[in-house]
Design a protein around this ligand. Sequence first.
Ligand code: HEM
Length: 293
Amino acid sequence: MVNALHTAFGDHHARAVHTKGVMLEGTFNPAPEARTVTKEPIFAGDSLPVIARFSLFAGVPDLPDNADGASPAGFAVKIKAPDGDDFDIECNQHNGFITATFDEFAAFLRAVGASGPGVPHPTPVETFVGSRPGVKAFLDSRTYPASYAQATYFGINALKFTNARGESVYVRYRMVPRAKEHYLTPAERKAQSGSYLQDELAQRVAKEPVVFDWYVQIAGKGDKVEDPSIPWPDSRKLVKLGTFTLSRPPADPETAQRQLLFLPGQPHPGVEAADPMLIMRNTAYPISFGQRQ
Ligand code: HEM
């Protein structure tokens, strides 16, 4: 998979995807309702330190923030638990993944890689997209935020949460911005600079913290746990897990970005991966991390 990402984007000795990003530090405050759905200890105590990274989608280090490949943008957060455990969350700002499975995503990336300049039409990626209406709908419906702080971000891959009474539910994460959603029209996006997202975030956080409320969406009857390309209905219940307050950049952003590894499928008490894609992602991320050291 990591090689397939390099085939599509090039190997830049950096993150294989979501390569250009910006970090903030802050705190996490748990919400009392979280304990109704999980027994994980981070929801039972006081506020905890966090480190977060916002990123453009594509695996290209110098990608302009207003390029097509910037969306869906990513938002990843690491909560540092008192016992030394890391609780990692990774989301992006499209409700649903481009493909249903890990292998189909690899096939898409290889098709992108085989469709460079001079390749006759239909190119492999045109054939791939043309034969899959879901992939085309995903690509055509991407949105571009005015600010990293003004998009809703989705966890997409389902987890199984278990509370202290032993009751389990299937969930997907959702990060809701206190600054409200704001997406650009195509003309507005074109008029932005190639660094508008990172510049805006730096200016914003110098004045006030960036705040997100973290929820889980609870699966209902018939909702698929193992197909991240299908969003669950909006009518499904949301339970608040807590709030992130991000207030400052790290002291040494370059070193911090290199040393940062998120493991989104890592099990915790009362929290385990349910979507097989999440388990596979958990094995791919350390490979990319190792290659970029
Ligand atoms: C088959 C599916 C996927 C694969 C193979 C994959 C693979 C990767 C890899 C290799 C990295 C770079 C890791 C590193 O060098 O530290 C990465 C980063 C990232 N991925 Fe995924 N990913 C997948 C799906 C997803 C999904 C569904 C989401 C969102 C829900 C997501 C969000 C992110 C984010 C936000 C980052 C940047 C992390 C950071 O800031 O360090 N990915 N992904």
